[in-house]
Write a protein that binds this ligand. Structure first.
Ligand code: FE2
Ligand code: FE2
Length: 262
């Protein structure tokens, strides 16, 4: 049933199907059933997929088109995040009920985030699908079919990166005198606050799996990250948000390119 929601590319229908499951989440047993691997993302039917380097650069906020490019990039992340949260519910079997409820809750947040940013995008005269997108998140999900690497790479890497990126965009927009920038900042602040629990849910289930497999969470995390990315040292870490989400200060020191205080 969940796979139908993930595969659905009619956005309104997708949300309707989700809310049906959301209403009945306590009664549904998500822990059993066959699982298949998806070969293409649901947005493939309405977005042109290009390599990340070919996605329009988010620069400036002076014209409608520049505003739309920024909002389109964010709306695409929120859309991708809906499918990814649902994929966690769908893919990992024999987990405690809490696991499924956690990721359904994340999916519900992502739908709200999508709607919020999408309505701002529409104010610029553009719509989702008007610019090419990359499918890095989908590809990352495809490469992480086991719980440990999925939790490490999707919530604990990509969504955590979102905490850093969100703060940077807010800081940049705060320099703009355009009243529309204020509206975008308001939405981004809500998203930033609500994304912290997403990362901490990933943190919780990553550590849960480490414990089950008798693995050290810090070294295991960096082993997975190192296998996944060539160059993973980061600058501009949102230390406060990441600490709240479950990262330890020691981890952030390993992660950061520059010296950080925490
Ligand atoms: Fe989100
Ligand atoms: Fe999220």
């Amino acid at each position: 049933m969940i796979n139908k929601v993930i595969e659905c590319s009619d956005i309104n229908k997708k949300f309707e199907m989700f809310y049906e499951i959301w209403k009945n989440k306590d009664k549904i047993d998500f822990s059993k059933g066959e699982v298949k691997v998806f070969t293409k993302p649901s947005f493939a039917s309405f977005c042109k997929i290009v390599p990340p380097s070919k996605v329009p650069r988010r620069r400036g906020f002076e014209t409608n088109e520049k505003k739309a490019v920024l909002l389109h990039a964010i709306v695409h992340i929120e859309y991708s995040a809906i499918d990814l949260a649902l994929d966690a519910v769908y893919r990992f079997k024999n987990m405690p009920k809490e696991f499924y409820l956690d990721w359904l809750e994340v999916a519900e947040d992502e739908i709200r985030h999508f709607k919020m940013i999408n309505s701002l995008l529409e104010k610029t005269g553009y719509k989702y699908g008007d610019f090419p997108v990359h499918d890095s998140l989908f590809e990352a999900a495809l490469k992480t079919q086991d719980l440990l690497s999925r939790m490490a790479i999707i919530p604990r890497w990509y969504e955590a990166n979102g905490l850093d990126a969100n703060e940077k965009i807010i800081n940049r927009l705060q320099k703009s005198k355009d009243p529309f920038a204020k509206e975008v900042i308001e939405a981004l602040k809500i998203i930033l606050k609500e994304e912290i629990p997403h990362v901490s849910k990933g943190d919780k289930w990553f550590k849960w799996e480490c414990k089950r497999k008798n693995l050290d969470p810090i070294s295991t995390y960096f082993e997975i990250v190192d296998n996944f990315f060539k160059d993973w040292k980061k600058k501009d870490i949102n230390v406060k948000a990441r600490l709240k989400a479950g990262f330890s200060c020691d981890e952030l020191k390993i992660l950061s390119k520059s010296k950080i205080e925490c």
